[in-house]
Ligand binder design. Sequence first.
Ligand SMILES: Nc1nc2c(ncn2[C@@H]2O[C@H](COP(=O)(O)OP(=O)(O)O)[C@@H](O)[C@H]2O)c(=O)[nH]1
Ligand SMILES: [Mg+2]
Length: 570
Amino acid sequence: MKYFPLGVAGHVDHGKTSLVKALTSIDTDRLPEEKRRSMSIDIGFAFLDFPEESLRVEIIDIPGHERFIKNAICGLAPVWGLMLVVDAGEGVMPQTVEHLRIAKSFGIKKVLLVLTKIDRVDQSTVELASEEASDLIKKEGLDLFGVYGVSSITGEGMEGLRLGIKEYAKENIRDRENWLFRFYIDSAFSVKGYGTVVRGSCVFGKVEEGDLLTLEPLGLFCRVKRLQNHGRFVKEGKAGERLALNIPELEPDKVERGYFLVKGIKSSKRLIVRLEGQRPKGVGYAFFGMREVSFSSQHILEDYYLLKLSEPVPCIRWDKGPILDSSGRLMGHYEVLHPIPTRASKRFLRENLGLLKEDPLQYLLLERGLMGLSLSDLFSFYGHAINPPNLPRLKDTLYHPKSLEELAKRVKDILSTKEGIVSLPELLSRLGVSEDVLKLALSGLKDVKVVEGYLLDAKRARLEDLKGYRELMGLLSQGIREERELEAYKEYLSMAVRKGQVYSLGDYLYISKKLFESYVERLKAIGKEFSIGEAKEVLGLTRKYLIPLLEHMDRLGITRREGERRVFLR
Ligand SMILES: Nc1nc2c(ncn2[C@@H]2O[C@H](COP(=O)(O)OP(=O)(O)O)[C@@H](O)[C@H]2O)c(=O)[nH]1
Ligand SMILES: [Mg+2]
């Protein structure tokens, strides 16, 4: 089954609730006060099935009275389509315009226009209203899907509208099932035997029995026990669907309209946004889904602002919503560029705004620097998983190569002022990074090593300060050693070789420079040349060690082999 949330909006008394009832047989005015005043106060819910398409259109009936603009905003927050209802006899009225703008502010692009009460007026009046409303839609920068004239009393035009709704839903349905779960709560109550139930709209992703969710903005964890769609138990719910979730762990009085249930979307009290329309002076109010949050703003450049919110919101990139002033007047809308910024300095934001617009991944890597960018933050930013790019990485954290290069450079600078050796804990606290990040940054540098709690530049450091190094040199000054005997000193051995204090003779044999030189001296005592037998006698070495030693002397240009003898060259 696919779901398509459709908002039914328009001026008060233009026939929205009657139309929904005519289409679905559901009366969305359920409150006693709504019955008494025969006027919608709160949002109402119904559905229209198209079994042949496995499609359920989830209808939200929006109250039209100007006093209930905030309820109208809540009703339009989760929809993917707008059915704009205009009384054919009355034409466009203030809330016709207002609802259209609210829907647009949430990202609606195409509108299905319905002219109601055609039983009361003649054809030319219907056409006039149609033209007026169509012009409005275009003027507001929206597209018109189609115009449908209906009467909820006589049923005229209803079948055509039903088919229109089906086509409209198919055309505008969003593929959001595989996104991270986000749910807008519109009410919470307690049911005997079940405990807390929250009702609302699933706008992204999927949810199933047993899922662990986070209630925002409180940041509470809670588990879903059961789910219903319009009174019918279901195993899972998905994007576009209206759901009641049984969450026994939550107290119903903890939950307010507009709270979110999310899975994997992080909340933030700061957002980088583009603002369109008028900007409220001083404190402004923005709707994030059904939640109204006050904010102050700091200008970055052009239409771009940093919003500081009074409470955290779980946003993703490209989220949109309306902005109101303190008297509840619609001012314009925001569009989120960055839902979880960690850097807020004006200079950084100004310098990198272009990057944030064009290449958000590079921006995130730059912004996070040596903190790294976790995949969970990356997915939360977009609202869905993406293939992580090929970058330096520790487990699930990505790093900008440039940040690591800069770190490596800083380390080198520090090493150069410290004679090539610095205590690791001191270095880490000075740099404010973990050992793993440091090692990642230094992985390309052959000479820089971590040993015995020190970071050192093997070429420059006084290796004699290290206990292990002294032990190794002790072993190597006693005689030629095989590599397997030096297993415990691997790190030191490679440094000593690179520093030229130990020679590798090949065949996995090593000798200290000092011992090597003393062997050379002893051989020189024989004369200008010597035989292998003489060398064996003087040095007391087996052929296994002697031959590689002599060959190394040849390589260094100390001797030259002439048959069975060697001649000193210097
Ligand atoms: N004649 C006629 N009256 C209608 C029609 N649709 C709604 N009405 C009446 O218009 C009034 C307002 O309708 P309602 O559905 O509550 O409007 P809403 O405020 O937009 O939900 C009610 O008295 C309805 O009976 C229609 O198609 N024809
Ligand atoms: Mg109504």
